[in-house]
Design a protein around this ligand. Sequence first.
Ligand code: PMP
Ligand code: GLN
Length: 385
Amino acid sequence: MEPFPGNFLSKLPKTGTSIFAVMSKMAADHKAINLSQGFPDFEVSPGLIGLVEKYMNKGMNQYAPMQGILPLREIITTKVKEAYSADYHPETEINITAGGTQALSSVIEAFVKDDDEVIIFEPAYDSYSPVVKLNNGIVKYAELRQPDYHIDWMEVRKLITAHTRMIIINSPHNPTGSVLKPSDMAELIRLTDNTDILVLSDEVYEHLIYDGIRHESVSRYPQLACRSFVVGSFGKTFHATGWKLGFVLAPENLMAEFRKTHQFIVFTCNTPIQYALAEFMKDKSTYQNLHNFYQEKRDHFVGLLAKSRFEVIPSHGTYFQLLSYRNISGKKDTEMAEWLITEYGIAAIPVSAFYNKKNDYQVLRFCFAKKDETLEKEARLLCRI
Ligand code: PMP
Ligand code: GLN
């Protein structure tokens, strides 16, 4: 194909391909164990797959309502009420989305416009800032403070101006596995009180939180819930990242605005999977015990690394584990990631990819949503380094 002969200006001139796509391709090219992109290497529950098949065979194959099917929204209402004592009306305050990613971008698109400022904490999941920029917003970066990657609220206070439109938080946090505490929520309430600032709370790992820690959903706090969008992902909770189904919660007046963008981005999402989830989730054990399952995986992986020269940076949530290689090599993290793939057949994500200025602290992110045998094979290799 001949290239386009005319001129055009890139809307995202500095944006390349997502690190997840880059590393997964490199892993496939080198036949490496892929602990880079976050996805499980074990199967979705056969019960859930059976339900998808059931609803496909029953003919639930045409457009679902724009908001998502009501039974699934009703299940979410119950789940959020029980978990966080929050009331979200299934008709007006819940929407099903094409994964957390679409929820996040549709929220940003609905509210961020010329020169609006959006505060994002780094290291940050990669989808937030490009969407802010696409909508002519300005990203203000606040750096999470090591070693435990906590928020420096004094820094946030300094970043807030009359133009601050939104603060994006993410707990449990990708890539670090840090989690917000009640004291963080109190700070967020104080900083946003009497302002027009919206909070976009990425809670896709709400069920992956360990060590007996309570998930601090913004929905628990009425002073925050009234100005917040909460984003969830069925892909994370049901080991089905490829299904791309998620949801978003918000008070009615914010949700009405969200739906204006959502309807023209996807209009509606996969119908049979929504019916299958609505039936599957009636059994609460399908998601309520997930933290035990993943905590065992984390502990197994970390235990296997006890004799390695990597330094484990504690992860309290998500299915990611950060490892520092400060004591092993002076390489840049991108070089180290490449070296691990080519020399040892292990793919991990260099954490500098999650920073706007590519800050390199010599830390790599590993996904432990893997079969025990995968983790054991991986750990054996890591212990040889
Ligand atoms: N937010 C974070 C922090 C994530 O790690 C992911 C996973 N890709 C998403 C959002 C998007 O979720 P989904 O796969 O449902 O689009
Ligand atoms: N959330 C996953 C991760 O952080 C994958 C996201 C993606 O591939 N876009 O690895």
